[in-house]
Design a protein around this ligand. Structure first.
Ligand code: GDD
Ligand code: MN
Length: 353
């Protein structure tokens, strides 16, 4: 087999038949297969099965009942079962025109690269299918920031956020990847050096259905970027920073409503501890969750630890200030910095053991 076309799908029923029709036309004469990796909650799997039965090329369906790693995880599972070492990844909504596939394949056949990227931002490529001006701006800006963060690894790639590319499977090392969110190509390129070529394409409008991009995906992308570049500690710090802001806001709100400072502080602290835990679960330690017992057990460990930590830290800081060893601001900063490192270590080694 010369080519495996991997298509992650989440509720794309109206697009499947047209997608397969256009792929068949564009790869006619190539020994190719299509693998749908589907996490849908609607009738998409049934539609895929129907279309597969009538198709003139092999169409396989991997439906995941327990989707791990979202879109990126789906792509990696598709690669794992691909019959060809050349894996083409594309969206299931026809924003990636199948007619470009032969150009990508021809470029790969020259044999000097590991990945051929279909880019919106090279040559006469366009991003006109981005629904609105705001998304275009966000896409442009995040591409710039991302390239600035990985100047060497992304040197030859103008569109690391694209979901349309052809990759040689032997150059992918699944064990070193932590798939999360939408940006699988970025994850691949950032982790190890690839030889990259690019082909321009027109990012079209969606054929049917709705986009699955969301604010949560945007936040997940920021976390992925921080953690790819600066490690897990930076994701932990980002969540901690958000928690501190939320804590201050809660205390301000409750005291302005007439609650005592002590009561407001306790509520602010407990709400943030639980809120932080939820964010850590979803965005920072999502890859370690499975091997570390039940959610309730982790929540309990995290909750108990944070409370004990505060109960120790605050009296120590208070004592240092009243003994005249440190100024209050210095005492708070120093004890919080130590607590941050201890908290991170505890969560990495005990909560997510
Ligand atoms: N299996 C699986 N699981 N597929 C998913 C999931 C998931 O959790 N979430 C989304 N998909 C599928 C969709 O069904 C679609 O085929 C593809 O992934 C892309 O999702 P869209 O909802 O169409 O996202 P988009 O158009 O906003 O984003 C696309 O373009 C961006 C460029 O602006 C993606 O290709 C992004 O990766 C890309 O950055
Ligand atoms: Mn899309």
């Amino acid at each position: 087999m010369d080519l495996t076309i991997i298509i992650p799908t989440f509720n794309e029923a109206p697009n499947v038949a047209e997608l397969v029709r256009r792929i068949q036309l564009s790869v006619a004469g190539t020994d190719a297969e299509i693998v749908f990796v589907d996490d849908s909650t609607d009738e998409t799997p049934a539609v895929i099965a129907e279309v597969a039965a009538l198709a003139t090329m092999p169409v396989r369906l991997l439906h995941r009942d327990d989707p791990q790693g979202g879109l990126s995880g789906a792509v990696l599972e598709g690669m794992a079962i691909a019959r060809s070492d050349w894996c083409l990844v594309m969206d299931g909504d026809l924003q990636h025109p199948p007619e470009v596939i032969p150009t990508l394949v021809a470029r790969a056949r020259r044999g000097d690269v590991d990945v051929v990227v279909a880019s919106r931002y090279v040559g006469d490529g366009t991003a006109h299918g981005l629904a609105n001006g705001l998304r275009t701006l966000v896409s442009r800006a995040s591409t710039l920031v991302t390239k600035a963060m990985f100047p060497i690894r992304l040197r030859d790639c103008t569109d690391p956020m694209t979901g349309f590319f052809l990759v040689h499977r032997p150059s992918v090392v699944p064990d070193e990847l932590q798939p999360r969110g939408f940006k699988i190509l970025l994850e691949l390129l950032a982790r190890r050096p690839f030889r990259v070529a690019e082909i321009p394409f027109d990012f079209a409008e969606r054929f049917g259905g709705e986009s699955k991009a969301s604010l949560v995906q945007g936040f997940r992308f920021l976390m992925q970027l921080a953690m790819l570049r600066f490690g897990r500690l930076s994701g932990f710090a980002l969540v901690g920073g958000l928690g501190a802001v939320a804590n201050i806001a809660i205390v301000a709100l409750l005291t302005s409503l007439g609650m005592s400072y002590l009561a407001a502080s306790i509520i602010g602290a407990e709400v943030t501890i639980i809120g932080n835990f939820i964010l850590l679960e979803r965005f920072v330690f999502s890859d370690l969750r499975e091997e570390s017992g039940s959610t309730w057990k982790r929540l309990w460990k995290s909750f108990a630890f944070n409370n004990i930590e505060s109960a120790i830290r605050i009296p120590i800081a208070t004592a240092a200030v009243s003994a005249g060893i440190m100024h209050a601001t210095v005492a708070t900063t120093v004890t919080l910095a130590i607590a941050f490192i201890v908290r991170f270590t505890f969560h990495s080694l005990v909560v997510y053991a």
